[in-house]
Design a protein around this ligand. Structure first.
Ligand code: PLP
Length: 427
């Protein structure tokens, strides 16, 4: 098949008729499939069979240091949970505070604290005329929703395969004191699955922010989420790089076990410098007497150590790989060479990112929905839900079965073709 742009008008019209017929047939099947959110599948959740029973008797409730996890105490988490998450992110345990079940919650609180109380003695952001955040795009919709809710102005920064456009990041951060933060998903980014290169991490660490209270919001949600044993990405540890560059306080790193154990019942953490840890703990003592230590204990008893967690993640990958492959196979066989879309082939994480021809994403998502396949809303991967090119679509292959994914992706590529032909005919 030739690239669509090389087809004559008559060829395009004939193709449109044929695709339309196929689409009506597909619609008649009454599909009900959901590729919209990055959730583990039931098979992944079922893997954790013994997990829930790790803390079932009075004999199971004390930490290594003898603290009773049923009682108050240990505001920053039990020592073994701090160590486990520190090992996951390759930092020392004194930089880790363990929270409840959601890292997004910790990110929200971190923004809220900066707004209301300020960062290490600086003016609270809510008292400033303007606060700006850099947003690598496409990115994670829930990050953008937080900064939008607090009225923070969001600035798009294009993502490249090795991370955000660092020339632009340096320009904004180093020249504009209203720029207080940047959202980053540095490993297996949501949605492209890109990992920041060593050079990108080093350029981040070497920033010379105009604002003393500028912080990098380093959401390392997919730190141990490799899909392939022989092609996994490696991310340079940023806190160490920042220390070396003389910027020890510049990063708030976040993580959780939402996609290691259970999204509704994992453990989350912030990882940051001693000065930041101190400020966060001072605010936390007002907010809570402590988080659920029994769940922290359940995690550490289950994994024992980081090797246990890594072995466990290999079993997750074995379930997820065929799903990614099912989607990629259809994309490759149906769309390669047509010039109407490009997509990522990540080594880990939870998503595949698809870029349609400009002005087509909304119509593709709508057509899929009409025929029973739900995708993440077009535009969701951009601040204010505004994709300037209306071209990016996030595919989330983890929840449905490989068979369902093949069917859903067949419909997706059909919609991509149909919408692209219509677009070319109307240009
Ligand atoms: C980049 C990223 N960060 C955070 C989260 C949510 O994490 P949590 O469940 O710990 O709140 C997700 C979930 O999809 C995500 O993709």
């Amino acid at each position: 098949m030739k690239a669509y742009r090389e087809l004559s008008e008559n060829e395009l019209l004939a193709l449109k008729d044929q695709l339309h017929k196929e689409y009506e047939e597909a619609k008649a099947k009454g599909l009900q499939l959901d590729m919209s959110r990055g959730k583990p599948s039931p098979a992944q959740l079922d893997m954790e069979k013994d997990f829930l029973g790790m803390v079932i008797s009075d004999a199971d409730v004390t930490t290594e240091t003898g603290v009773d996890c049923r009682n108050y105490g240990l505001l920053d988490g039990i020592p073994e949970a701090r160590t486990l998450l520190a090992d996951m992110l390759e930092v020392s345990a004194d930089k880790v505070i363990v929270f409840g079940n959601s890292s997004l919650n910790v990110m929200y609180d971190t923004i809220a604290r900066s707004m209301l109380l300020g960062v290490l003695g600086n003016t609270p952001w809510c008292k400033l005329d303007k606060v700006k955040f850099l947003c690598p795009v496409p990115g994670y919709d829930r990050h953008f929703a937080i900064t939008e809710q607090f009225g923070i102005e969001m600035i798009n920064i294009p993502m490249k395969e090795d991370g955000p456009d660092m020339d632009l990041v340096e320009k904004y951060v180093n020249e504009d004191s209203a720029v207080k933060g940047i959202w980053c998903v540095p490993k297996y980014s949501n949605p492209q699955g890109y990992t920041y290169s060593d050079e990108t991490v080093k350029r981040f660490a070497a920033l010379k922010p105009a604002a003393e209270d500028f912080r990098i919001f380093w959401d390392n949600a997919y730190a141990v989420h490799d899909l392939y044993e022989d092609r996994s990405d490696k991310l340079l540890e940023i806190l160490g790089e920042c220390e070396k560059a003389g910027n020890p306080d510049m990063v708030y790193e976040f993580c959780s076990t939402s996609k290691v154990t259970f999204p509704g019942a994992g453990i989350a953490a912030i990882v940051t410098s001693p000065a930041n840890v101190e400020q966060i703990k001072a605010a936390m003592t007002i907010q809570t007497i402590g988080y659920d230590k029994l769940n922290q204990l359940r995690h550490t008893k289950y994994f024992k150590n980081i090797d246990g967690m890594k072995a466990h993640m290999k079993r997750h990958a074995a379930i997820m790989r065929p799903k990614f492959e099912a989607v990629l196979k259809v994309l490759e066989s149906e769309l390669a060479g047509l010039g109407i879309g490009s997509w990522t082939n990540p080594n880990g994480g939870y998503f595949i990112s698809f870029d349609a021809m400009e002005g087509c994403a909304k119509a593709i998502v709508e057509k899929c929905k009409e025929a029973g396949v739900i995708l993440t809303g077009a535009g969701a991967t951009y601040p204010y839900k505004k994709d300037p090119k209306d071209s990016n679509i996030r595919l989330a292959p983890t929840f449905p079965s490989p068979e369902e994914l093949s069917v859903a992706t067949d419909l997706f590529v059909l919609c991509v073709k149909l919408v692209s032909v219509e677009k070319l005919l109307h240009n």
